[in-house]
Ligand binder design. Structure first.
Ligand code: NDP
Ligand code: A1CAB
Length: 278
């Protein structure tokens, strides 16, 4: 066990689950030192309790008091209510880690009352130890707290530290990123079915193809474009396939996808900033 903390997740949805599953798989912390709460969905809490052994918050005051790390993992629209629910019980020795898209450390510090806040932007691959997480510190968080957060997220994937102004870009790139690849797999599965391939065989081939491509990108020194060229024989099948992607403006579609998702993160931030300030 590498983390000696008691962690409270305020919001026990998809992202909280992925982080919890990853931390427990790496034996970073005993399950009984993780506490979870929701606004109302008790079934969900019971399900996580049964699957992972984590504890459901019964007495909020005592658990908030015991917790040394509080992970804010509700949707951005619920941030005010989520913070208000724990604020009366806060003492000074807490580190807040927020995974909320768009919500700045400044806004969180204002809502929380000047507590140390670190923003973490992971993705759901945390569940299997393969998150790509970016961290950014608020003005009250110190180096030791950043390192503690780094250790926690390094146990469930890779970690980069970025200036907060870049977190929205990270959100559109790697926070949402798994969904772009899942969508591609869905599309490839459909195409494989139309081409007459058995579903199970197609899935195995597609998954190994993505995994192989990712490992090639990681383990060779070659750029993506050089690796692409190595697959593409002049006048061959790949060239014919890629030409169709060009005809359908694939590059533009991916560019717009990532930039629009990033822009949405900053819109979400601005929306709640204005709502909370007004
Ligand atoms: N999913 C992802 O891939 C990623 C998500 N994020 C961020 O993580 C956060 C959570 O996302 P995700 O897990 O997908 O969302 P979910 O909707 O799956 O989970 C949100 C949870 O927050 C709970 N909640 C809502 N209001 C409160 C409250 N007042 N007090 C306590 N808990 C509350 C909800 O409980 P109830 O159902 O009872 O209302 C729900 O279980 C978001 O801010 C998102 O931007 C960041 C990176 C990746
Ligand atoms: O879709 C969302 O808003 C969240 C943030 C990044 C991934 N999921």
């Amino acid at each position: 066990m590498l983390l000696t903390e008691t962690i409270l997740f305020v919001g026990a949805g998809s992202m909280a689950e992925a982080i919890i599953e990853g931390l427990l798989a790496k034996e970073m912390i005993p399950a009984e030192k993780i506490h979870i709460m929701n606004r109302s969905n008790e079934e969900r809490l019971k399900d996580l309790h049964h699957r992972f052994g984590v504890k459901i918050v019964e007495e909020k005051e005592a658990i908030v008091d015991q917790s040394t790390i509080i992970v804010l993992a509700m949707k951005p629209k619920d941030v005010e209510e989520g913070v208000e629910g724990i604020k009366p019980y806060l003492t000074r020795n807490k580190l807040f880690i927020s995974v909320l898209a768009g919500i700045s450390t400044g806004l969180l510090e204002e809502l929380l009352g000047d507590h140390p806040v670190i923003r973490a932007l992971p993705n759901t691959s945390a569940a299997v130890g393969h998150s790509a997480t970016a961290l950014s510190s608020g003005k009250f968080a110190n180096y030791e707290q950043l390192m503690k957060t780094r250790v926690m997220f390094e146990s469930i994937g890779t970690v980069v530290c970025v200036e907060e102004k870049h977190i929205d870009a990270v959100t559109g790139l790697s926070g949402s990123g798994p969904a772009y690849f899942y969508y591609m797999v869905e599309c490839m599965e459909q195409a494989a079915a139309e081409a007459g391939l058995d579903k199970t065989i197609a899935r195995e081939l597609i998954l190994q193809t993505i995994t192989g491509a990712a490992v090639m990108l990681k383990e060779t020194d070659e750029s993506a474009s050089v690796l692409r060229e190595k697959v593409t024989s002049p006048g061959g099948t790949t060239q014919a396939g890629l030409k169709v992607l060009e005809t359908f403006n694939y590059q533009e579609a991916i560019r717009e996808c990532v930039l629009t998702a990033s822009k949405r993160a900053s819109e979400i931030g601005n929306m709640y900033l204005h709502r909370i300030k007004s």
